[in-house]
Ligand binder design. Sequence first.
Ligand code: PMP
Length: 452
Amino acid sequence: MFATACNYFKNTGEIMMQKNNSESKSRAAFERAARVIAGGVNSPVRAYRSVGVQPPFIERGNGAKIYDIDGNAYIDYVCSWGALIAGHGHPAVIEAVRKAAEKGTSFGAPTLGEVELAEKIAGAYRSIDKIRMVSSGTEAVMSAVRLARGRTGKDLIVKMEGCYHGHSDGMLVSAGSGLAESSLASSAGVPEQIASATVVIPYNDVAAARAVFGMHIDKIAAVIVEPVAANMGVIPPADGYLQELRNLCDRNNAVLIFDEVITGFRLARGGAQEVYGVEADITCLGKIIGGGLPAAAFGGSTEIMDELAPDGPVYQAGTLSGNPVAVAAANATVDLLCGNGVYEGLEASAGLLEEGLSAAACKAGVPVRINRAGSLLSVFFTERPVRNFAEAKSADIKQFKRYFSQMLSHGIYPAPSAFEAMFVSIAHSREDIERTIEAGERSFEAINAVSG
Ligand code: PMP
């Protein structure tokens, strides 16, 4: 969905400017953190390097809002990178976590909660009979890739440029110089032999997908894709794209892996597969199915999943896999998503936000493209459509930096990178959205004043 409408704006009152100055507690905390934590953070994007701002240290969250240690409040559109579709501290999730923790935090043995969660996931996804739980999206993908290789007896993995699938060695690769040629490691420490077992092609490019199968006959174990790309900004699949990947995998005895770590239970209960009507062989889930705690999973048909140990030859294991506290948060979150009108509500809130931000940019004379799929959206500073990574990279990153600082100063917390999505949760009220649009108008005006 590409919004360009210029017909919406509503003034909803005062927005407080935030403090993030040289004397802030967050600045001192970041300096302290940098002495004992690599880069001062436990995941690079949190350091805010690409937006050139000091990261606020967060003290607590409630509903759609988070509060930093300097007392600033923000309407949160990161929501733990999409995990918190129910918002911060939803009472049902907190109660489930509390009750589970009181009974014990980990057993490393089977519990009923895991079975309930697996039944719910298998009930939501037609393509899933069985799952295996892990503790992060990275682990889910790493295990899915091994399973695909074990099942097909082939090695090569096809990945799309700009899609992110966690930080396992084989997924930290970028495209080589020619189409469908060997890939290059995108991180130090990834051996070339491992990088060369992944081929990178552009997202949304059917011809490139056909070509890669033509060049590597009988070598491709799996194609992995984010069915809606959400790590190069949000980019929905072109019409027919996912179906073509499905057909190519079927014709070439390759496994189709949908990485639904972001889209699973977000676009619909059955994720992108339900929305676009294309089924994967293996689905990776994370974020929402951890309910804000570390849990993820991968799943598929009985036939494929029975290749895993102890039934089959593909080894996979985890000390904290299916952790009872994480599973309790997951069950409570998935139950909340079964209510009537949940996804319609998310669609309405995100639609309003898309329309309002688009109109605010238009009013201020700042060219933007807003891409949206359900409750995922992103603002690209460009006049042109954004359908792949090359187009996403051609948007104006300097403008995004200005927009980000402005929004933050107006009490809005978007992702601190031009290539990350905004996540709308069920806790975002109409008033939150309207305040965000108002902050957007001020931010776009300020950007225009600088660049104009
Ligand atoms: N796949 C996708 C699509 C993701 O967005 C992410 C994380 N943002 C991952 C995998 C990796 O998940 P994690 O950070 O839990 O390892």
